[in-house]
Design a protein around this ligand. Structure first.
Ligand SMILES: [Zn+2]
Length: 254
């Protein structure tokens, strides 16, 4: 039963058929891991917190630097050299005092992944590298957890939602490793090739909307459908990720 204040606060979400009053309860009890607090994570975390998600884990080993500010605008000049997880944690508590936040000021690696990635309703990749995305994909499958991956570089953005339950043998949908079987396929990075802040924001908004719909149990979610935006040519696509029968990730875990 929602309080009058919460009913008013979440009234625009409650109107949505995919949410309703019961949906706010789902969000309140949801546990979400966000890996990476750059341009994607600093957008997604406040969207989830303000929508009523009750538990957020934030993982990033980095400190705020001057070059972050043009697209990671939750950080301010006064925050430079402070840890990203502590700055974001403070901002989110101001925004949503009832939010439960657990911070992990460490880099996600193979050695700590099993410990860090247990017990979530959803994992969101907001990292800036293919190695982390592939690691998250493997651990999402080993724990059966839905995963949302996003990326942006130059004027291009992409995002996809993957659910281990809908991939693997006997099913058509593939996982992230089916899409990018070799880690070095995407060699570029924002550091080497640059990125426009709003393009990162578009990827982050797409991920945040997907995340809330996943947590609400929206049956219309299209798993393993890659959204790609090229702002240079003003085009976007939705691509089905076909399952690779030889994929060592989704073939081995189903
Ligand atoms: Zn696969």
């Amino acid at each position: 039963m929602l309080s009058d204040a919460d009913f008013l606060r979440y009234s625009r979400q409650i109107m949505l058929p995919i949410c309703g009053e019961a949906g706010i309860g789902k969000l309140t009890s949801a546990r979400v891991m966000i890996v990476g607090l750059g341009g994607l994570g600093t957008l997604i975390a406040p969207y989830l917190a303000s929508a009523g998600v009750g538990h957020l884990d934030l993982c990033d080993d980095d400190i705020v630097s001057l070059s972050n500010l043009p697209r990671q605008w939750l950080y301010q000049a006064d925050d430079i050299n402070q840890s990203k997880v502590s700055v974001i944690s403070q901002r989110l508590h101001t925004m949503q005092p009832e939010l439960n936040i657990t911070t992990h000021q460490q880099r996600l690696r193979e050695q700590n992944a099993a410990e860090l990635l247990q017990g979530f309703d959803l994992i969101i990749d907001c990292s800036d590298n293919m190695t982390t995305r592939q690691l998250l994909n493997r651990y999402a499958f080993s724990t059966g957890t839905p995963l949302i991956i996003g990326a942006a570089i130059g004027l291009q953005a992409q995002a996809v939602a993957i659910h281990p339950q809908y991939c693997g043998p006997g099913r058509q949908a593939g996982c992230y490793h089916c899409l990018y079987p070799i880690d070095t396929l995407l060699g570029g990075s924002c550091q080497s090739e640059g990125v426009l802040g709003p393009v990162v924001g578009m990827a982050g908004c797409y991920q945040a909307a997907l995340a809330l719909r996943v947590l609400l149990g929206d049956p219309q979610i299209q798993w393993s459908r890659l959204w790609r935006l090229d702002h240079g040519s003003f085009t976007q696509q939705m691509l089905h990720i076909a399952r690779d029968p030889a994929c060592p990730v989704c073939a081995a875990t189903n």
